[in-house]
Design a protein around this ligand. Structure first.
Ligand SMILES: [Zn+2]
Length: 311
């Protein structure tokens, strides 16, 4: 089984298990990246860092990990408790013409998406001396125009897909939950075709919760283990984890990632890879094994439900 870990690399800190993407919190990049690299080394894991242009100057130089591009277009205010922050990329805001402040790529015309991807790529090249091949869209949002713009800019892999799910700012509803990498078609990025780019969706537990440390407060570590075993038993060839760099500055999320990697490393035939090393696999139809989820005692979930009932 191939394992990839994709880290969305952005500013921020963690408050009460929630990431606050505050642009003044440089430690989200400076410390988060270094912490994750140290952890990866402990298990021989490889990390693909999807780096926002605005954080490029804060990203450590000369690392032996992969660098991809992460784009948050527009400029919109978000709030959580007492915190406020902007979703958008300061560098792209200053260097690209954007006709709206929308923070989802699907809401921007082709010409603007093409420009943002090109300018973002050049920025990473200038700052870090690498030419990114892997792309992650902010908020999981892209459309057929994005795929065209990525191919035009030489990208070979996209890791944005949140399979089997649709929200106002993205649509991945046509993909099955366990979805292996595929080449999209020109007419519909959610359908298989022959375009020269590979869409590599993230792994999920049932109920469409992603495999990321940041989701563990919701579903508990034992469901992560059941999910991994569900994939492993069926010989699913790829397990795709993602995280956000600010999470790796937080002791709780750091220890969750440590637990993920320790659990995975106990299995045979595990190959940690960079996202750009992933190719299409011959077999790609897999089933949800619902029984293993139902019969897994999950203290964390029971506790969460009880707490809600008692409050
Ligand atoms: Zn992001």
């Amino acid at each position: 089984m191939d394992i990839i870990i994709v880290c969305h690399t952005e500013f921020g800190f963690v408050d009460n298990k929630k990431i606050i993407f505050d642009k003044k919190a440089f430690q989200g990049v400076e410390d988060g990246v270094i912490n994750l690299i140290k952890l990866a080394k402990k298990y021989g894991a490889k990390i693909t860092f999807a780096v926002c242009p605005e954080v490029a100057d804060f990203f450590p130089k000369k690392i032996d990990q992969e660098v991809g591009l992460h784009i948050h277009p527009g400029w919109e205010e978000f709030k959580k408790n007492q915190f406020k922050w902007y979703v958008g990329d300061q560098y792209l805001k200053e260097h690209c013409k954007q006709s709206s402040f929308y923070s989802a790529l699907q809401d921007h015309p082709y010409s603007e998406q093409l420009d943002m991807i090109k300018v973002g790529k050049e920025c990473l090249k200038k700052s870090l001396g690498v030419e990114p091949k892997v792309f992650v869209a902010g908020r999981g949002s892209l459309n057929n125009d994005t795929i065209r713009a990525l191919i035009e800019n030489g990208f070979t892999h996209d890791c944005s897909a949140i399979a089997n799910k649709k929200l106002p700012y993205f649509d991945w509803s046509k993909l099955p939950r366990i979805c292996m990498p595929y080449r999209p078609s020109l007419e519909d990025y959610q359908k298989k075709g022959d375009l020269p780019i590979l869409i590599v969706p993230a792994s999920q537990v049932i109920f469409r919760r992603p495999i990321t440390p940041e989701s563990v407060p919701g579903y508990g570590i034992s469901w992560f283990k059941v999910c991994f075993s569900e994939y492993y038993r069926q010989n699913v060839p790829l397990f795709h984890i993602f995280t956000h760099s600010p999470a790796m500055t937080d002791p709780y999320y750091f220890s969750v990632m440590d637990t993920f990697l320790f659990f995975i490393s106990q299995h045979k035939y595990i190959n940690f890879k960079f996202a750009s090393e992933i190719k299409q696999y011959p077999k790609n139809n897999f089933k949800t094994d619902i029984l293993s989820y139902l019969f897994t005692p999950n203290r964390e979930i029971v506790k969460t439900v009880l707490r809600k009932l008692l409050n």
